[in-house]
Design a protein around this ligand. Sequence first.
Ligand SMILES: *Cc1c(COP(=O)(O)O)cnc(C)c1O
Ligand SMILES: [Zn+2]
Length: 479
Amino acid sequence: MVYRCLGCAETFDIDALHYVCPGCQQVLLIEDLQADRLKDIPGSTWHEIFDYRKMLTEPSLRGIYRYHEFIGPMLPLESIVYLGEGNTPMIQSNKRLQEQVGLTLYFKNDGQNPSASFKDRGMASAFSYLSHMIGTGQLTDVLAICASTGDTSAAAALYAAYLQKDIKSAVLLPHGKVTPQQLSQPLGSGAHVFEIPGVFDDCMKVVEKLSETYHVALLNSKNAWRILGQESYAYEIAQDFDYDLRNVVVVVPIGNAGNITAVMRGFLKFLDAGIIDQLPKIIGVQSEHANPVYRYYREPEPSKRRFEPVSVRPSVAQAAMIGNPVSMPRVIQLVEHYQRRTGEPKVFFVEVTEQEIMDWELLANRNGHIACTHGGECLAGLVQAIKLGHVMADECAVLDSTAHALKFAGFQDYYFGDHFPPEYHVKPKAALKNAPALISPKGVDRLPEAGYPLEDEDLKRFVDCVAIDIASALSLKKR
Ligand SMILES: *Cc1c(COP(=O)(O)O)cnc(C)c1O
Ligand SMILES: [Zn+2]
C-alpha cells in the first residue's frame, strides 16, 4: 500500500506518516497497488467471506476489519484496535414516516459507535496503523493531535486513552462551538483539551502548523488512514442490502467532506472488485449556513466550477460547520470517477435550512429514531432531493445518522423552549414542542424529599393526589 498524491499522482511509502504530498502539498489517499488481486476471488465468494465473518467472535474482525483486505491488508490482526466500532444497525422507518417522505427509508445509526459518532470508524483504522508502527518500533511516544467540531476529538481521545502509554492525545476545539456532551468526552478520556477562539477552520490551521513543525500524529481526516477506515460504512451498506444496490440512495451530511469521500471510494472499490455490480446514488447535504461544497456543484458546467471557501454561520449541524473542507480535492476527483463509472449523474448535492434540519430531526425522533441534527439534515436533504427530481418514489434511501441525538440535546432544548439565538433562524413548530409538566399536588401537607421519605398516611395521600393530577392531565378512564 502507498500514499497517492491527488495533485501530482506521486506515491509515497506508508512506513512514514504523511498528511500531504511532500512535493506539492496536495492531500493524499491510500492506495493498494495490488488491488487487482482482489478480483481473483469471485464476488459471490467475497459475499460468503463477509457473511461468514459476521458470525465470528475474533475481536479484530468484529468491527470495520471485517473488510480487512479492503481497509488495511498489511496490518496483522494483533495490531488491530477494536473498541466496538462499525457494524451499526440499519433501521427501517415506520410506515408513518415513510409515507410522509414518500419513500422506503432507513437510518443507519452511526451514533451507536463507541464515542457515539461515525468518527470511530476512521479512528479505528488510524490508531490500528499507529499501533502497528509502535509495535514494530517504527514510532515511539506518539502525541495524537486533532482539530475538531467535537466528534473527532471525542473519538481520537477515546482510542488514544486505550493505547496509552504509547500514545497521548491533544485536541483543539473552537471555544463555545462544541456541545457540553462533546466537550466532556475528551476530558473524560484524559486528553489535553485546548479551546481556541474562532471556528473549526481556525483550529485546523493551527493543527496543520503544529503537524508541519513538530513531531505529532495528525488525526484529522486529512490523515488518509481515517478515510480508509470510514470506507467500512459503504461496505456495510452493501452487505446490509445483500450486495444488491439497485435503486439505493445513500444520503450523507458534509462538513470536512471526509465521510462522503470515503463513502464514494468504498462503493467504487467494491464495484472494482466485483462485489457489487451497481453503484448507489449519493446525495450530499449541507446547511445553507455552511455550504461550500453545495455552492461548488451548483454550477452545472464542470469546467466553470470554482471552489471558494465560505465563512460559516452558526448551524445546528454543528459537526458539519466547516467553510473550507480539507477533502474537497478528494471529492472533486471521486465525483468525476463515480460519474464516469455510472455513465449518468449519480452524485447530487443539496442544501437545506436550519429550520428544516431541526424539524426533520425532531420528526425522526418522534418516530422512534435516535437521529441527531445531522441525521435530520440527511432527512431534510432527502426531501429536498425528491422535490428537485434527483430521487424517485421507487428508490430506497439510507440516511446517515452520523451521531447520537444526545450529543446535540442542547439544540432540542433551544427548540422546545423557543430560545434559539436569532442567527440560527429557527422557530419551533408547536406540534413538535415538548416540555415536562411539574406536578404540585394540592391538599398534601408534606412532600417527599431525598433522604426524607414519606410514610403511611402521608405517603398514601401524596400518591393518591399525584395519581389524580396525572390521570386528569391524560384524561384517563377508570377501570
Ligand atoms: C464529522 C461529522 C460530520 C461531517 O463529516 P465530514 O467527514 O467532516 O464531512 C457530520 N456529522 C457528524 C455527527 C460528524 O461528527
Ligand atoms: Zn503531489
